[in-house]
Design a protein around this ligand. Sequence first.
Ligand SMILES: Cc1cc2nc3c(=O)[nH]c(=O)nc-3n(C[C@H](O)[C@H](O)[C@H](O)COP(=O)(O)OP(=O)(O)OC[C@H]3O[C@@H](n4cnc5c(N)ncnc54)[C@H](O)[C@@H]3O)c2cc1C
Length: 386
Amino acid sequence: MSHDDQDIAQIREAVAQVCADFPGEYWRELDAERRYPADFVKALTQAGFLGALIPEEYGGSGLGLTAACAILEEIQRAGCNGGACHAQMYTMGTLLRHGSAAQKAQWLPAVASGEIRLQAFGVTEPTSGTDTLSLRTTAVRDGSSYVVNGQKIWTSRAEHSDLMVLLARTTPKDQVAKRTDGLSVFLLDMREAVGQGLTIRPIRTMMNHATTEVFFDDVRVPAENLIGEEGKGFRYILDGMNSERTLIAAECIGDGRWFVEKASAYARERAVFGRPIGQNQGVQFPIARAYAQIEAANLMVTEAARKFDQGLSIGREANMAKLLASEASWAAAEACVQTFGGYGFAEEYDVERKFRENRLYQVAPVSTNLILSYLAEHVLKMPRSY
Ligand SMILES: Cc1cc2nc3c(=O)[nH]c(=O)nc-3n(C[C@H](O)[C@H](O)[C@H](O)COP(=O)(O)OP(=O)(O)OC[C@H]3O[C@@H](n4cnc5c(N)ncnc54)[C@H](O)[C@@H]3O)c2cc1C
């Protein structure tokens, strides 16, 4: 085993130890009440896992995407839900790559220590959806600040985060030379903005995801909170999307492994007609097939993270990793519910909860169709379809 592999194995073990304190009962209770797993997030932060990608000079661990993927995969594999905090890993990348030295020095140490949370990412809007370039939230410069008006939807964790990475239009669409210009990224301090024009409304969803609608009514953001250059924000966000897709794919691998382990264990133990149900090929095969799909998808996740850590571009790999991992984990979820029969629907086995949680990843952060469009257009050079 190489040094790197040993380090990753140790990280996995340490994550598993933290997760052992947060068993199924913990998640079931929160799920029933749609409550945020504050203690879990605190434990992960204190153990340093949410600052994994923050450089050591800012108080983080300075690890790469491979390590971050291992952390999220282990969380899911242990039956926990990284959805409560995974965004801190990728939203922070925007600040890391495009923020000024002063912004990084101001925010990153506090994010690494857990003093402040950077877990909200405001991109999606109700009218534009996947068509990000048509978003309508505006930020207009006025003296030493920008004034923001508009609405975001599906802004997850906004109530449990101090900062939001916000994408807003600073130049009207019909006045830009290139269609990708005119959007800008801001670091919005929600602690100051709530009640000063910022309203957050929770959306109840099929799983416990703390997602919200956010309304901006003349919200002032200091001009020094603009990240990078005005008008170049879309590129900065796109830049971070490949690491986001890879991290989410790693979570799917963790989910898939949890489902396969649960299903095969249950199939070995549950006896019907005088023998274990797992002796029937009709029960074995969907689990074995899902297992093969997960292992194959994992190779793509590993490859995407490896190339990212070498500074290479990973549009192709990150998109394929997300596509394959979200579908493989869903196949495993299906096989697991089917194997559990009626018990797959009972809350106490956690299968139905994980089933609901896993379904999201074929839709968010990007839906399967849009990944296929990316591959068709950018990799296979077919005409753009939209
Ligand atoms: C629980 C949850 C949490 C989320 N968290 C966040 C968050 O924190 N921050 C954030 O910014 N967003 C977040 N999102 C939003 C998420 O990224 C979007 O829901 C997703 O990108 C799809 O956008 P949409 O819902 O507007 O669907 P639409 O864009 O309306 O698409 C609907 C369907 O049509 C398909 N479709 C659309 N256009 C095409 C096309 N040209 N070709 C083929 N098919 C097409 C899509 O694939 C999709 O299946 C979250 C969503 C959910 C449900």
